[in-house]
Write a protein that binds this ligand. Structure first.
Ligand code: B3K
Ligand code: ZN
Length: 864
């Protein structure tokens, strides 16, 4: 019988039993018999004589204490328990591990022919026995021994020695002068092409920058390098933070569970988040790469120099670093569009997590498998909480807070409370009520009512806050609520309260609050929660005409997009009713007219225009319903798209033709391509000869954004040419798996009686590989997320496809399996028949005898 995985609780936190002064590691690399020697100086923090080290899947070869063989130990499945120890001693442990058979991609593993490591959160224990917890920081010296066929032997910090060995192998020795926790350790060994550059810091130090990519991929490396240099410069300018080592290395590997990892001085990246040129990568990919390169770089201060005391504090580094990478992208690109991206992630994924069985606060207090908590809540909502502090304090005070945080905690492992305390002390702004954001669970709801009083020229706005049912915190939160009042021409009216001009951010701190704005000459249109100033839901009875007014006239890109989203929402509510009563589903003509006007006008950012006229996704819209009306929603989305296509043929054509697209990577060119692709997507649904020709031409483009845009348009509209186009793409790109991922993702969106069988048959495609997370995510992740029609088939075949795969992944790669399981977490929000079918898949999983902790935790919660 398997023992039930045990949960850990924040309330049980205790400091480490020992401090570690230094750690010397020696790796003798071998695919199945890598020898690891770990020599460390331990000092007990009190009188105890025993030490419990973490270690999993290790073959223990020997233990010695102060140079003498030591036998007073017990070795269990997850620990090494030593007893009868002095207070201060040197411990040397020799173990053997097998990177080749490690398909979990955690610990030391082989990716293609490259050795690499992934230690966050608790992967170091798969390498050697150690106090594998973030509050044990020490100085690492690492020797890597390998074959000559692996010319590059890398670890953190600076290389201090290297040389040949008698047996024809060679070694390299690395020393990292900064104390770090085990999760930031990294080792890489392989044969690469190198892109080298340098950066001079503002204090004049030279830093070598090296990008290691698979042989033959050098033409795809410059964008990541340029992104890194931009990130280094930006962090100096905006946060005053400078890089601290003499070398910064990034290695791209093909087998990786997430985007990238911020190991000190030696980032390991998923190759999909590094490699790009215009032939192989879309503009979106370029943006993602810049933001992830930035994110990992920014961790050097927020995460590495100041790290987390325990894993419950993960948002301390992740929420803050996401906030920093969002600001980086916004300062360098379009603030409005970046905000739209961030809010979309919140609304579509985080709000869904909040109403599902995995709902947790940004600082969770109970965890079974830590890898399950690298969530949109900890990351994205965590970033929103930091953003609210920034809004409340303002940039200047926020930066003072950051400075104080580093002054107090550099080199330490701290808590979210420590961060808030630094912000509060530096700014003298009381954040005691605000701190509840770290504990509350679920999405708070603000109900807003407004009243215009013509006699007094006042506009009263009353706001009521309500917590989610599953929220343990039921006292009011401190919510920065931004509001704008637009006049008839769309200009923001000055906000005057009690005779004084006030900022647009209202501090909502009570359960119910009313603000009366004065000197309002006419009934205004209210823009509520401007810029998504807090991660909350707003309930307000908008009239479609008010939303159209905002879309057409507001000056803020974000407000216009938000209004378009709300308008689609209103239309969907109406459409679902029409579906239920069997009547025709159509988009309101006022909305179509507005889109038509915008397309003809083409003022402002074309990428924004592309976003304005895009019908929100199934997942985004389903979050507006307590129970997802699957069939009605699928029908509405399709009908709306066809409506736009058929009613706006001319303006869409006009816009498509008018888009000057220079083929460059400037913001304007990227925006033009975005609009072109949206136009083509719609036009393909009503394709005439002209449109077909445009699609054919664009499919030949050597710019991947355009090429793939055309392919997607043809495939989605099931044009007669689509099948050949897909086959051509396949034969053109088989040599490039990252490009093939786009093809797999598109294949996954196909519909029709044979869809499931066809998607399943792609498992046999020569490029597909279930042990590679990128392939799995491209095909099956995209199926579950972007193909609601087939995934939610009423015969349950879509759920079965995912269920079958999860059973296989559970044995290969539990972390990836657990992430892929997420769509099943919302089974309770489906109709009776579908929820039964989904539940049946969860039950199948729960019966597995070798169910991983990762899946166990989520399945148990889902079924509980
Ligand atoms: N810190 C890593 C994520 C590690 C995930 C472990 N399951 C990447 C990042 O957030 O920057
Ligand atoms: Zn991060």
């Amino acid at each position: 019988m398997q023992t039930k995985p045990q949960a850990k609780y924040l309330k049980d936190y205790q400091g480490p039993s020992h401090q570690v002064a230094s750690l010397e590691l020696t790796f003798d690399l071998h695919p199945t018999k890598t020898n690891v020697k770990a020599k460390a100086r331990y000092t007990a923090t009190d009188e105890q004589t025993s030490l419990r080290l973490d270690g999993v899947d290790l073959n223990l070869l020997s233990v010695s204490v102060d140079g003498q063989p030591f036998e007073q130990y017990e070795c269990t499945h997850e620990h090494l328990l030593l007893s009868g120890l002095p207070k201060d001693f040197e411990l040397e442990i020799e173990t053997e591990i097998s990177p080749q058979t490690n398909t979990s991609l955690e610990g030391l593993y082989l990716s293609g022919g490259t050795y690499c490591t992934q230690c966050e959160a608790e992967g170091f224990r798969k390498i050697t026995y150690f106090l594998d917890r973030p509050d044990v920081l020490t100085i690492y010296t690492v020797t890597v021994i390998g074959q000559q066929s692996m010319p590059h032997l890398l670890s953190n910090g600076n290389q201090i020695e290297s040389g040949q060995l008698a047996d024809g192998r060679h070694f390299a020795k690395w020393h990292d002068p900064f104390k770090k926790p085990s999760y930031l350790f990294a080792l890489v060994a392989g044969d690469f092409d190198l892109l080298e550059d340098e950066f001079i810091t503002r204090s004049g130090r030279k830093v070598d920058l090296v990008l290691f990519v698979d042989k033959g991929n050098l033409t795809k490396a410059p964008h990541a390098m340029a992104s890194l240099k931009r990130a280094m410069e930006w962090d100096e300018k905006r946060f005053g933070l400078e890089y601290d080592l003499d070398i910064y290395m990034i290695v791209a590997v093909d087998f990786f569970n997430m985007g990238a990892m911020e190991n000190k001085g030696l980032n390991v990246f998923n190759s999909s988040c590094v490699l790009a040129n215009q032939q192989t990568a879309t503009d979106r990919d370029y943006h993602t790469i810049e933001s992830i390169v930035g994110h990992e770089y920014f961790h050097n201060w927020t995460g590495n120099r100041v790290t987390c005391r325990d894993w419950f504090q993960l948002s301390l580094k992740e929420g803050l670093t996401v906030f920093r990478d969002q600001e980086f992208s916004s300062d360098l690109g379009s603030r409005g569009l970046n905000r739209i991206d961030a809010v979309m992630a919140m609304r579509t994924h985080q709000f869904a997590e909040d109403v599902g069985p995995m709902a947790h606060s940004i600082r969770p207090d109970k965890v079974i498998e830590m890898n399950n908590f690298y969530t949109v809540t900890v990351y994205n909502k965590g970033a929103e909480v930091i953003r609210m502090m920034h809004t409340i304090l303002g940039e200047e005070n926020f930066q003072k807070g950051m400075q104080l945080y580093f002054e107090r905690h550099d080199g330490c492992a701290v808590t979210c409370d420590d961060f808030v305390a630094a912000m509060q002390d530096a700014s003298n702004v009381d954040l005691s009520q605000f701190k509840l954001w770290y504990e509350q669970i679920g999405t708070p709801m603000l109900t807003v009512e407004t009243e215009y009083r013509a006699q007094s020229n006042t506009y009263a706005c009353s706001i009521k806050q309500k917590h989610a049912q599953n929220d343990p915190i039921q006292s009011p939160l401190h919510i920065p609520f931004a509001i704008e009042l637009l006049d008839k021409s769309g200009h923001a009216l000055p906000l005057i309260v009690n005779g004084e001009r006030v900022s647009k951010v209202i501090d909502v701190t009570q359960e119910q609050q009313t603000v009366v704005f004065e000197r309002i000459p006419e009934r205004p249109v209210a823009v509520l929660l401007e810029d998504f100033s807090a991660p909350v839901l707003v309930k307000y009875d908008y009239h479609l005409s008010e939303l159209i007014h905002i879309i057409a006239h507001a000056s803020s890109d974000y407000a216009r997009w938000e209004a378009a989203q709300q308008a689609f929402q209103l239309e969907v509510f109406k459409g679902v009713e029409q579906f239920n009563s069997g009547s025709d589903i159509t988009l309101a003509s006022e909305l179509l007219d507005t889109f038509s006007m915008l397309l003809r006008d083409r003022r402002g950012d074309l990428a924004l225009l592309a976003e304005l006229i895009r019908v929100p996704s199934f997942d985004t819209l389903s979050s507006c319903f307590e129970q997802t009306p699957v069939d009605a929603l699928n029908t509405c989305i399709k009908r709306f798209e066809r409506n736009i296509a058929s009613q706006l043929v001319e303006p869409l054509k006009q816009a498509f033709e008018a888009c000057e697209e220079s083929g460059e990577l400037t913001h304007d060119a990227v925006s033009a391509r975005a609009l072109k692709n949206v136009c083509l997507y719609y036009l393909a649904m009503v394709a005439d000869d002209k449109v077909t020709k445009w699609i054919d031409n664009q499919s030949e483009s050597d710019n991947m954004t355009l090429k793939f845009g055309a392919l997607k348009a043809a495939f989605n509209a099931q044009l007669p040419t689509a099948e050949d186009a897909m086959a051509n793409f396949d034969s053109q790109w088989r040599h490039d798996l990252l490009v093939m991922d786009k093809w797999f993702a598109l294949q996954a969106t196909q519909i029709g009686e044979q869809a499931i069988a066809k998607i399943k048959s792609l498992y046999e495609h020569p490029c597909f590989d279930k042990s590679n997370p990128n392939r799995v995510r491209a095909l099956i992740g995209s199926f579950a997320r972007n193909n609601p029609e087939e995934f939610h088939r009423i015969d349950g075949e879509g759920y079965k496809l995912l269920g079958d795969l999860l059973i296989e992944l559970n044995a290969i790669n539990p972390q990836n399996a657990s992430r892929m399981l997420t769509p099943f977490m919302s089974w309770k929000r489906l109709d009776e028949q579908r929820s039964k079918l989904m539940r049946a898949q969860l039950e199948r999983l729960s019966q597995l005898t070798d169910l991983s902790d990762d899946l166990f935790e989520k399945v148990e919660k889902a079924l509980g």
